[in-house]
Ligand binder design. Sequence first.
Ligand code: PLP
Length: 467
Amino acid sequence: MSTIKNQMQTELKSKIILNKARNHAFEYIDQIDNMDVFPSDENLQRLDHFDEVLRDNGCAADELLDTLHTYGSPATVAQTGGRYYGFVNGNVIPASLGVKWLTDIWDQVGGLYVSSPINSKLESVCERWLKNILRLPESTVAGFVSGTSMANLSALAAARFQILKNLGWDINKKGLNGAPKIRVIAHEQVHASIKRTLIILGFGSDNVEKVPADNQGRVVVGALPKLDKSCLVLLQAGNVNTGAFDNFDAVCDLANKANAWVHIDGAFGLWAAATESMSHLTKGMEKASSWAVDGHKTLNTPYDSGIVLCKHPDALVSAIHATGDYLIHSEQKDPYLYGPEMSKRCRAIELWAVMKYLGKNGIDKMITGFNERAKQLAKGLKKIGFTIHNEVVFNQVLISYKEDTATNNILDYVQQSGRMWCGGTIWNNRSAIRLSICSWMTDENDIIETINIFEKAVVSLTKKTTV
Ligand SMILES: *Cc1c(COP(=O)(O)O)cnc(C)c1O
């Protein structure tokens, strides 16, 4: 008899391990409001505890969980509280967290219908629902990937396949050597993930035809070069600094006349299309060929949730073509055909949970709330002397305080405060601070407290200069 099997079976059946994990998790939930939003230096130092050599013999599972909770939990970034404004991180909606726990127990492999019929079913449901709330064309298909980085990669691979096909070149057979040139059109403000994708796919950063952007980071439509069928045009729904949206309507009309491919990176911003008050920002986006969006940012699904949407299913499926005699195709959706992974988590189930839990109205209300909080924050900060660089059209607020040194000192102060966290950036050659409202937890009181912290930071500044 294998003793390790007996041991694990006991751990599983007695629920001792899962109970332990649950107790630690519950304690974490109860502590979240009192935790430092970014871990203290002391708690970061304690991470050195993990610097041990791998021992010959293992340890008890509950001991390991205790260690992780003792040293790991206090060193987490408390982004599930109400005052984390870094990057565009989002939170996790409890209903989807519950679903994640259950599906973790299932341990399904989401790649094929035959490896997880429930995942295949819910991917199809999510695809239908997404097309509906984002108002996308009927032919659109969805691939459920790890994030917008993979969604961008998948969409641009589809674009590359289709553009070359239109130019008489089969990339799957002939590869890139000697292929006709694809013209990549993008403005200076494209996201780092797009730049990385262009490098991975072999377009090369020097080959991008750069279009000027305006003071909000939107493409200047009049400055676009003449488009033709070799063009891949990259647009953005939600600039990471300002939250601004490109003019999809005008650019897509120009591109479609030329038979060019338009891709929209809408990692967090595409969800504006699901709201009543902000859908004007995405006007005309349905005229693009492909879109990338996250579940894990604005929609607050658990992490590891991105979606590639493509109007040309053949292009997407062909571009990430996979074959193998052992792959059993089904009449139902085989998820691996629509994204680059084979074995994958059943992440669409968590997305399904959020959409089902909130419904169309709940999604609209949550996202509109982010915009309301962002406006409240901008207004309060302006009152105490901050410059607001952006029109707060979505959930981002971009600020500075007088000259760069003051802005940097204020950023240091708020980051060290433990009561909130946000990051810095450079905007128009100036130091700036960016705040992203994208957590269901953040309410009006969090914003009031956040403004208070900034006010204290300003006071500390005057103290500094008078000393
Ligand atoms: C976050 C982000 C990405 C990358 O998405 P991941 O989900 O982190 O891979 C791409 N584009 C924009 C505009 C983003 O905000």
